[in-house]
Design a protein around this ligand. Sequence first.
Ligand code: ATP
Length: 355
Amino acid sequence: MKTVVALGGDGIGPEVVDAACYVLENMGVDLEIVKPPCGEKALKEYGTPFPKETMELTNSADAVLFGASGEASVIILAYLRWFFDTYANVRPVKYYEGVLTSIKNPEGVDFVIIRENTEDFYPGREGDISLLAERMPDYKDILGRRFADYGEGKFAVGLYTVKGCRRIAEFACKEALKRKRKGFPGKVTCVTKSNVLRETGGLFQRMVEEEVRRHPELTYEHFYVDDMARRIVRFPREMDVIVTTNMFGDILSDLAAELMGGLGMAPSACIGDKHAYFEPVHGSAPDITGKGIANPTATILSCVMMLEYLGMEKDAGKLEKAVAEVYRKGETLTPDMGGTAKTMEVAEAILRELM
Ligand code: ATP
């Protein structure tokens, strides 16, 4: 039997993870779900948000379900991302009938953003400009200026490795091939700012292009990130698989989430070669924490992705269908969807559809 470790984290994280676990535990899937202490609650009780026993259970799990990170659980998120090397952040953007969205005609919106998850400006590498001036006195930028010419201020460094670009390019192509087999166009859209960031954006773009060329059944296009933000809103049905760098992916996926009803709906998976964790796109939402009104759908759809990853496609399909049915009926909706239902009521409604 596969084991899933559920880590609620902070803010609304434990509320939505509890709701998702309630569905998983009662729908009859062959999974062992373990809920060790973590996050704000563990910090109060054990003096650490990520006790050693929790970490050990996390290490040996087949998959991790994560809620949200506020201040306390940043360390857990960093662990799941960098120690587990979960380099591919998969963020599907799929409209379900009945969902309240920010566009007039959301029908047929169904694409996926593949965001590189470990490089770029993450984790933050920053410092005083004076440090660069001291260490790289002869470096000149495109304007012919040295760091010392800029005076007091800060810098941030973005890193893009050949290995990092190659593996996310391969992941995106595999995803496009998988989707093509299901009837999607088989198109990879690469997003960079290579007109300004010629070396870094250029490397990412070149690596994606090279990888797509290995698969003649796939088509390819490239857009600059500013143009892409506009295109996602204007032509959402033309998207299939979008692949981009870490920060651009973070921003574009929040924007794209609005096409499917906002953060309460948007799921994600973070996948590496050995580990994977699944979490809603949203954060800890301090403004609604403790009110019992957080929409658990993003987390439950993340469970759909988790079941697929664990090879339980049939259960995944059933769960997704149940979610779709709840929205089609439109009777049990949280406030972000225009209703008055509580978090657990949505979970119960989804479970009823599964029975
Ligand atoms: P963080 O700093 O942890 O990212 P945040 O408040 O800046 O927290 P989010 O947690 O993503 O960012 O929340 C952004 C907005 O979306 C908030 O108004 C929040 O209430 C809303 N929101 C986020 N998740 C949900 C959810 N599951 N259900 C309903 N509203 C949500």
